[in-house]
Design a protein around this ligand. Structure first.
Ligand code: NAD
Length: 504
């Protein structure tokens, strides 16, 4: 066994070799400084493994590898059909290892194993498979009908792409970014979040096994302020694609300005869920719960503000509190009954509990939860599902993204008031509307300032449908055909057909 992998056993019994190196040029290598980051299981608080963390010098090595691969015939001249085949093979390999990958995801991140297996993994291999089909369908246009000439466009890769991803969906966030980038023929340096470095190194092994040429995909674990910022500032990186907090996105925009890099950003939210008087109350309650408590409340689109029309407010709150208490089984991610595992890290756990304190001190009513939940042996970063009612619009818990299982519920009077309140935020990621009135549903969906609106559901995400935010929730779109536009550039070619005068 090389000293760049260690034998591990997941809590549900998978024995495997965990790579620990940086993945550059299809090889696992040590970091130049020997620096490592240690991954902690959020349910047991025990160390899982330490992996190498990239320095600025390692980032430079990875970027050089990506640049060389971009210009190498093996990738540059590969047909879209061949690229698509490699991607389809990768999707198949991921699917064939889905149990192991879901186990490492649950172990490292704390999400329930069943969710990782049934939702995150299919999202990962289906996204890669979906984009594999696009790889040979990226065409330009012919623009005719111009006297004396014709023009055409071709779509070319942007170049070396830096991709920086968060810890809430390590594998599927990687797939959302790798899929369109590879379909369009770019090369990539991907930096996973330092909190969840484990599963992505297994993905790296599969990338090599699928047959991608060396340097096409490089994966460098490391700290945001060190490896992440070195990547964003690197002069030979052409594009930065980022998912994470709005605060970091602001820093990234500033750093990327140095060489005017192309950027796409997917950031935070405080997404509203509107329940009108005429809604199916049972459905609204069910989806309100899913909308905030899924993935431990750690979803950028979580519907963390529930706005209910005043006539049904009391009835809704009573049903929502009862449903949440009955459904949100908090506990070990590997227990099959668990709905909600631990928060990803101690610092996220502390941050969420501090928001609960703030909510209480601001005078909101704690209708459910509000405490830590102790796991086995008193370990684990678990928090009870928490509902605040009687929330005012100027409260911090109403305005700021908490990124945990904490929801605020408040009232609105009529449709105009609902829209005004929904839009009263600097964010604009998702929004949900519950009503049986089809005209109202479409009217409200059009008026809400958000990149995505769900009618009578929440958190619906699909690799075929564009995903992204407006206002301070992001720039650009991922997924669907729209996701491809972010990874290719259009070149226009004018062809003179006559000896016409040199006049415009
Ligand atoms: P973050 O924005 O700090 O981290 C996201 C990614 O950016 C990580 O890979 C990180 O290493 C990297 N990064 C951090 N600082 C960087 C820098 N200066 N330059 C380049 N890369 C950098 O998010 P976090 O600290 O892990 O979580 C904090 C908050 O972010 C959460 O509480 C939540 O509100 C939000 N968040 C949002 C999402 C989302 O999907 N939109 C995901 C995770 C976290």
């Amino acid at each position: 066994m090389s000293n760049l992998s260690v034998p591990l056993q997941t809590p549900n019994g998978h024995r495997y070799n965990q790579p620990t190196g940086l993945f550059i040029n299809n090889e696992f290598v040590k970091s130049s400084t020997g620096q490592k980051i240690t991954s902690i299981s959020p349910s047991s608080e025990a160390e899982i493994v330490s992996v190498y963390a990239a320095s600025g010098q390692d980032v430079d090595t990875a970027v050089r590898a990506a640049r060389k691969a971009l210009n190498d015939k093996s990738w540059k001249l590969m047909s879209g059909t061949e690229r698509g085949k490699l991607m389809a093979k990768l999707a198949d390999l991921i699917e064939s290892k889905k149990e192991l990958l879901a186990s490492t995801e649950a172990w490292d991140n704390g999400k329930p194993y069943a969710v990782a297996l049934e939702e995150d993994l299919p999202e990962t291999f289906n996204t890669i498979r979906y984009y594999s089909g696009w790889a040979d369908k990226l065409h330009g246009q012919v623009i005719g009908g111009i006297q004396g000439k014709f023009a055409y466009t071709i779509r070319q890769p942007i170049g070396v792409v830096a991709q920086i991803i968060p810890w809430n969906y390590p594998l599927s966030m990687a797939a959302w970014k790798l899929g369109p980038a590879l379909a369009c023929g770019n090369t990539v340096v991907l930096k996973p979040a330092e909190q969840t470095p484990v599963s992505i190194l297994l993905l790296a092994e599969l990338i090599k096994e699928a047959g991608f040429p060396p340097g096409v995909v490089n994966i460098v674990n490391g700290l945001g302020r060190e490896a992440g910022s070195a990547l964003v500032q690197h002069p030979d990186v052409d594009k930065v694609a980022f998912t994470g907090s709005t605060a970091t996105a602001r820093e990234i925009m500033k750093m990327a300005a140095g060489t005017l890099k192309n950027i796409t950003l997917e950031t935070g939210g405080k997404s509203p869920l509107l329940v009108f008087n005429d809604a199916d109350l049972e459905e609204a309650v069910k989806w309100s719960h899913i909308g905030i408590m899924s993935n431990q409340g750690q979803i950028c689109t979580s519907t963390s503000r529930v706005l209910v029309q005043e006539d049904i407010y009391d009835k809704f709150v009573a049903a929502f509190v009862a449903h949440t208490k009955n459904t949100s089984v908090v506990g070990d991610p590997f227990n099959k009954d668990t709905f909600q595992g631990p928060q990803v890290t101690k610092s996220q756990y502390d941050k969420i509990l501090s928001y609960v304190k703030i909510g209480k001190s601001e005078g909101a009513t704690l209708a459910a939860g509000g405490e830590a939940h102790r796991g086995d042996g008193g370990k684990g970063f678990y928090i009870q599902p928490t509902i605040f009612t009687n929330v005012k619009e100027d409260m911090k818990v109403y305005r700021e993204e908490i990124f945990g299982p904490v929801v605020v519920v408040t009232k609105f009077s009529d449709e105009d008031d609902a829209i005004r309140r929904a839009n009263d935020t600097t964010y604009g990621l998702g929004a949900a509307v519950f009503t049986r009135d089809i005209e109202k549903a479409h009217r409200v969906a059009a008026e809400i300032q958000a990149g995505m609106v769900w009618v009578n559901s929440s958190q619906d995400s699909d690799y075929r449908v564009p995903f992204g935010g407006v206002k301070q929730s992001g720039i650009g779109r991922e997924l669907g055909e729209a996701g491809l536009k972010e990874y290719s550039q259009v070149k226009a070619i004018h062809v003179n057909m006559t000896s016409r005068d040199c006049k415009l």
